[in-house]
Ligand binder design. Structure first.
Ligand code: ACO
Length: 406
């Protein structure tokens, strides 16, 4: 009998040789050369390169190239990649009308997914999954346009005018300017913020077969085009058990702060599972050790806040929660450690992003991983349409009852 509560042995007897693996805890859906995780040792590598080396020495655009094309680029390859992306950052004016039609208080993740879905209607010349040139074009379009769409979703929620991209800036600087700048006003990109955001995007860039990536692959396995697959992945990411956890962490920290409760009182609620309350930003399906991304984000949270002169009491609460959890049997016995989302929200807040934008930032970071995984799947001759089986536990055969007899 598993934690799902099903009597698996009895069910298998009834249904034959089908494996029941609720939540795909132990089922590999593909072979992949992109990202390696050892959850027990807390190791994460992209294409073989350790995440801490990439976070320290690389840039988001270079890591995107590495994930999508398999190797670190030469200087010329990186230049060419950058310049191709910078030529596609604009949005079609009609797409802006679509964005304008959403309610002002729409969640930016819904806007992001809808706009990416709509790219499939505006760019019909890059929908083929058989033509490598079209796949390449949709790759570049997505890399270029997602930051623009994300910045527009933010501007719209603030009731502020949209800014055209400035292609003399790099991807992260351009995104910051479109998000926080104003037309006809100079905007000086803060190098501390730009560097920190670039590094956070690297930390999020891929994470093998997580919920959103599996969604991208599953949709793509039906040979749906890249825009459709990524749009579905964005929706999957929005859930609070996945990418939505970064904003849920901030909400949780804010509530603890405002309630005036001590941190121990909150932790008791978590341990007693009162109202299903969880310590958001803790636990991971694969990591049964400290998430290496959380360790980097924690260090960065201190550095960024210090450099920016931000003194946020929520950081102290987060640190105290972690200290308690790392010593408490409830968390230790279940191997629950901080995941990437635990500290990132605090950094985004210090940078000036509203909470609703946190998961959007995750999506920008994760985009190259989704694209790389989708392309690997499309190019793999072993790919089949994703089609899980089930174990039927409903009624056995019965016969139709007329309405007056029910
Ligand atoms: N707080 C309190 N208890 C927890 C937490 C948590 N954050 N996470 C897991 N547990 C408990 C569960 O209640 C369960 O307890 P039980 O053995 O008494 O039933 C046990 O730990 C195992 O947890 P599962 O839910 O079975 O683990 P699963 O692998 O299915 O879930 C998940 C992983 C969804 C990440 C979970 O840990 C969670 O909900 N965490 C909070 C949300 C979060 O931070 N999500 C971000 C994940 S990282 C990312 O997507 C980028």
């Amino acid at each position: 009998e598993g934690s799902s509560g099903y009597d698996i042995a009895a069910l298998l007897k009834e249904t034959g040789n089908v494996t029941l693996d609720v939540g795909f805890v132990n089922t590999a859906s593909c072979q992949s050369e992109i990202t390696y995780i050892d959850g027990d040792a807390g190791i994460l590598r992209y294409r073989g390169y350790p995440i801490d080396e990439l976070a320290e020495k690389s840039t988001f655009i270079e890591v995107s190239y590495l994930l999508i094309y398999g190797e670190l680029p030469t200087a010329e390859q990186l230049d060419a990649f950058r310049s191709r992306i910078s030529r596609h950052t604009m949005l079609h004016e009609d797409l802006k009308d679509l964005l304008a039609a959403f309610p002002r208080d729409a969640h930016p993740m819904s806007v992001l997914s809808a706009a990416v879905s709509a790219l499939g209607t505006f760019y019909q010349d890059s929908l083929s999954i058989k033509d490598p040139d079209q796949i390449e074009l949709s790759t570049i379009r997505l890399m270029a346009k997602l930051p623009t769409i994300a910045a527009y979703a933010h501007k719209k929620s603030q009731g502020q005018p949209l800014l055209y991209p400035d292609n003399s800036l790099n991807l992260v600087e351009n995104f910051l300017r479109m998000t926080f700048g104003f037309p006809a006003e100079p905007y000086d990109v803060d190098p501390t913020i730009a560097k920190a955001l670039d590094m956070l995007f690297i930390l999020h860039a891929d994470h093998e077969q997580n919920c959103s990536t599996s969604t991208v692959r599953l949709v793509g396995s039906a040979q749906a085009h890249l825009f459709a697959s990524i749009s579905a992945g964005i929706h999957a990411l929005s859930g609070p058990l996945h990418g939505g956890a970064n904003s849920a962490v901030l909400e949780m920290l804010g509530e603890i702060h405002e309630s005036g409760d001590d941190v121990e009182t909150f932790m008791n609620k978590v341990k007693n599972k009162e109202d299903g309350v969880k310590l958001m930003g803790f636990g991971h399906r694969v990591y049964k050790n400290y998430d290496p991304r959380a360790a980097i984000a924690k260090k960065f949270a201190h550095e960024v806040m210090e450099k920016m002169g931000v003194d946020d009491p929520l950081l102290d609460i987060a640190i105290r929660l972690e200290e308690i959890a790392l010593k408490d049997d409830y968390f230790v016995s279940r191997k629950l450690y901080p995941n990437v989302d635990f500290y990132t929200g605090l950094i985004y807040k210090a940078m000036g992003f509203p909470t609703e934008m946190f998961t959007v930032l995750f999506a920008i970071g994760r985009l190259p991983g989704w694209i790389a995984q989708w392309r690997e799947m499309i190019e793999d001759p072993a790919t089949k349409i994703g089609r899980p089986r089930q174990i039927y536990v409903g009624e056995t055969e019965r016969h139709f009852t007329e309405m007056d007899a029910r």
